[in-house]
Design a binder for this molecule. Structure first.
Ligand SMILES: Cc1cc2nc3c(=O)[nH]c(=O)nc-3n(C[C@H](O)[C@H](O)[C@H](O)COP(=O)(O)OP(=O)(O)OC[C@H]3O[C@@H](n4cnc5c(N)ncnc54)[C@H](O)[C@@H]3O)c2cc1C
Length: 358
């Protein structure tokens, strides 16, 4: 589809050809003292890695595609796969039952555009990321999370079509950065970032028309791949904090699933009320509540107010993909008018539909 649309995807492209052998064998007892997700194999006969499926009897062995791989004959014969698994395990008599054999290519490239008219590229269609670090699917799911509410808004009529352009503006640079990091992992075996990438996964921050900046500066992060510094700066992923709903303990991030959500401090009732009115006026899904002592949600240990960086009369608006759209540290002169202005900007409502829009 990407090629048919004429969208270029620069990058080194295919790096090497691999094969994955999915098999059953009783290997679990060998690693019972060191259970892991991946077991790297490097011996005189073969190199590759075992990926645990159940860490007992089911495994995938990944290795470079051997020279006798023959697409015309279905790839590799089952006996040959058994031989490769035995070489890797170092057990010449291991009982192996091959369940499937799939070729795949390790590649690195990122599409220059994530949108071509009515077509949106997401996941591996938009970016091929070497799996060295395990970033590919995370990045694809973030794409879908980013795009879904924008499409829903445009189709339902509460978002303007220009909001769809923010998908590429927000996701393309992230995919590009992630691909570069995976390439570095591949070229520098043992790089710590391969095994510790919380910053890469959770520290994603957007700067686009679907975010209203609040003038705060990007925090200094020594290593943005390994280190995740939670912050509710507009554009960043609204961080986790434990909150109280009645007798129940809830994570802040579980509040942001389906609608826009406005969280106001305990004296932020005007923001909360403005959100209820704005939701009705703009015909959009927008939940609102106050957080803190005496609020609709309790701030269990005060970390919410501190992490979200607002005072008791402030508010923060979070998008349905969990990213902060806007934040006001304190009260506003005209909360309703301000919130409507913010929402119209974030939803791209100022612009009219153009030809080629969804
Ligand atoms: C060995 C390996 C290990 C990996 N490890 C990790 C990891 O640890 N962590 C991580 O985050 N990511 C990992 N990844 C990457 C991850 O698997 C991919 O990024 C992810 O699967 C991409 O999802 P997708 O939905 O975009 O594409 P795909 O999973 O490729 O799904 C596309 C689907 O579309 C179907 N399809 C194609 N054409 C058509 C058509 N014309 N009509 C109908 N259906 C069609 C395909 O059959 C396929 O089912 C790994 C990848 C590999 C190869």
């Amino acid at each position: 589809m990407r090629q048919a649309l004429g969208v270029a995807a620069p990058g080194p492209g295919i790096l090497n050809q691999q094969v994955g052998i999915y098999f059953e064998a009783p290997l679990g007892h060998l690693v019972v003292d060191r259970p892991a997700v991946l077991y790297f194999i490097e011996n005189a006969a073969i190199s590759g890695l075992f990926a645990a499926v159940d860490n007992a009897d089911r495994w995938v062995f990944y290795t470079g595609r051997p020279p006798d791989w023959d697409p015309a004959a279905g790839g590799l014969a089952a006996e040959r796969c058994v031989e490769l698994v035995r070489l890797a395990a170092g057990l010449p008599d291991l009982a192996v039952r091959v369940r499937s054999v799939l070729p795949w290519a390790m590649a690195a490239q990122t599409a220059q555009r994530f949108r071509a008219g009515r077509v949106f590229l997401a996941g591996d269609a938009a970016h091929l990321i070497p799996p060295v670090g395990g970033y590919g699917m995370n990045t694809g799911i973030q794409d879908a999370h980013n795009l879904a509410w924008k499409l829903a808004g445009v189709l339902a009529g509460w978002a303007g079509s220009s909001v769809l352009d923010t998908y590429e503006a927000e996701r393309q640079p992230v995919a590009q950065f992630v691909t570069e990091q995976a390439l570095l992992n591949m070229r520098q075996p043992g790089r710590p970032e391969q095994y510790a990438s919380l910053g890469l996964a959770l520290g994603v921050s957007y700067d686009s028309a679907a975010v209203v900046a609040d003038g705060s500066t990007v925090p200094e992060i020594a290593n943005p791949v390994t280190d995740y510094v939670p912050a509710a700066r507009p554009g960043s992923r609204a961080p986790h904090a434990w909150l109280r709903r009645g007798g129940e303990r809830v994570s802040a991030i579980d509040l942001f699933d389906t609608a826009f959500t406005l969280l106001a401090g305990t004296s932020g009732q005007p923001w909360r009320d403005a959100a209820v009115t704005a939701s009705r006026d703009l015909g959009m899904p927008l939940a609102a509540c106050t957080v803190g002592r005496g609020g609709e949600l309790g701030d269990e240990d005060g970390t919410w107010a501190q992490l979200y960086g607002i005072g008791p009369d402030g508010a923060v608006l979070v998008r349905p993909d969990g990213h902060v759209a806007w934040r006001s540290a304190g009260s506003g002169a005209e909360p309703r008018a301000e919130l409507i202005r913010v929402l119209r900007a974030v939803l791209g409502q100022a612009r009219t539909r153009a030809a080629g829009d969804v």
